[in-house]
Design a protein around this ligand. Structure first.
Ligand code: HAM
Length: 431
């Protein structure tokens, strides 16, 4: 008989982990409310060109990582590898450009699929929250976008995260920079490994992201994009910085920061745990401006900026920093019984409690009283409510207060009338 496991690079999120996820979700939703972002959900798959055209032909995502397939109707589809393309497609499709601009959207816990090489922190299915603001070039939107992301980390209690910031120029100035980069790398070409040679030919900006140790001195000596920005891009970048400073948001200028997706223009940023703060320095969030993306998707020219943040990585980072999510309330009552007649009464009582909004567990499996008490103690319930033959005859329920001290037998266990149970366990709910 076969025994199955979750596919490599995917994970089950078991009940013990859910408090972290809930905490992150609640925190994100609260920050979004404060900043005025509205939630959007897009489909898990799109027509393949939506991602191909957005993310770009020469990128790792499009070349090696997309889960693409032909469905039974012969359509070419791809499981969402990132959130931005679908949101921009939806903005154009539903005419959101008719609304007051910018349209500020966020998504939460959307699964993303990338065929990544196996590594801790790199999953084939991961979940992101992210924001997209469409229809406005004002650098204040860039600063606000960065502020939102940092605000989420701060409210989660995370520290030791560097915000790296760069400008990657636009279609006016970037070609000049790419030319300079190619001129610089041409004499070094034979010395490049296969992967970098490919980047030289297909996507030169990505040369700055080559990972081999022997590439690093070449990268360090390469021309810097910040020296090539046109006047408009330089002014935009200066204003983003000024506004971040006005808000006291610390950042590190990283002229080598080029993102793994092709749609970026001007502002690019990444949030990366500092070496001392985490064992891994993989980004817990990243984004930037993408003023040309809507046109690439066949829509009207629309500026945009956003970020995406990996929720698994954030939760792993919280666990490394020993951040506990707030504890969640357990059941109020655990209803135990002895005997078949008492069982029917226990079922009735449990239903009554739930009906009144009191979280209650019914003992299952006709266990011995001792075993039921063990389960009651492990359940996190405040009270065990016991019904046996004697209780049935007397019209009572025996209450065991699981939170009272063992030594105080009077407070620990006592009887109350059956019709007083609801008012007892939840004084506000009765009547
Ligand atoms: P990205 O940098 O590819 O950008 O991904 C955003 C974040 O998702 C990363 O910083 C990381 O935290 C997480 N992440 C990415 N890949 C994985 C993976 N394989 N396993 C675990 N976590 C991962 C984007 O996706 C852009 N759509 C962000 C954006 C929005 N730019 C503008 N708007």
């Amino acid at each position: 008989m076969a025994s199955y496991k979750a596919v490599a690079g995917t994970q089950d999120i078991l009940p013990d982990e859910q408090p972290y996820w809930r905490f992150v979700e609640q925190t994100v939703a609260e920050v979004m409310r404060l900043y005025g972002f509205q939630r959007i959900e897009t489909p898990t798959f799109e027509e393949t060109p939506v991602f191909q055209r957005s993310v770009g032909e020469g990128t790792d995502i499009v070349e090696k990582e997309m889960y693409s397939f032909e469905d039974r109707g012969g359509e070419h589809l791809t499981l969402r590898p990132e959130g931005t393309a679908g949101v921009v497609r939806a903005y154009l499709e539903h005419g959101l450009f008719m609304k007051p601009q910018p349209v500020k959207l966020y998504y939460l816990r959307l699964p993303m699929f990338r065929y990544e090489r196996q590594q801790r922190g790199r999953y084939r299915e991961h979940r992101q929250f992210g924001c997209e603001a469409l229809g406005e070039t004002d650098p204040a939107v860039d600063a606000e976008m960065i502020a939102v992301l940092m605000q989420v980390y701060q409210r989660l209690g995370l520290s030791g995260i560097d915000l790296r910031l760069n400008s990657v120029g636009d279609r006016v100035c970037r070609p000049r920079y790419v030319q300079a980069l190619l001129d610089y790398y041409r004499p070094l070409y034979d010395d490049l490994d296969q992967d970098c040679k490919l980047r030289f030919n297909k996507n030169p900006l990505r040369l700055l992201d080559c990972k081999q140790p022997q590439d690093q001195p070449k990268i360090a000596g390469a021309p810097k994009i910040l020296d090539y920005l046109c006047e408009a891009c330089a002014a935009h970048f200066a204003e983003v910085r000024r506004l971040l400073e006005a808000e006291d948001i610390a950042y590190v200028i990283d002229p080598l920061l080029v993102r793994g997706l092709d749609y970026y223009t001007r502002t690019a940023f990444e949030a990366v745990p500092q070496a001392g703060a985490s064992r891994r320095q993989s980004a817990v969030g990243g984004g930037g401006r993408y003023d040309g993306l809507a046109e690439l998707l066949g829509g009207r020219s629309t500026p945009g900026i956003g970020f995406g943040a990996g929720m698994e990585r954030i939760i792993e980072f919280m666990q490394e920093q020993q951040i506990q999510p707030p504890s969640e309330s357990g059941p109020v009552a655990y209803v135990a019984y002895v005997g078949a007649e008492a069982k029917a009464e226990a079922v009735r009582l449990t239903a009554e409690l739930r009906q009144a909004g009191v979280a209650a567990l019914l003992s299952l499996g006709d266990r011995t009283l001792k075993a039921q008490m063990r389960q009651a103690n492990g359940s996190g319930a405040h009270y065990a409510l016991l019904i046996g033959e004697g209780e049935l005859e007397r019209g009572e329920v025996t209450v065991r207060d699981l939170e009272a001290p063992e030594t105080d037998e009077g407070r620990k266990q006592f009887s109350i009338k059956r019709d007083a149970v609801l008012a007892f366990v939840h004084p506000g709910a009765a009547g």
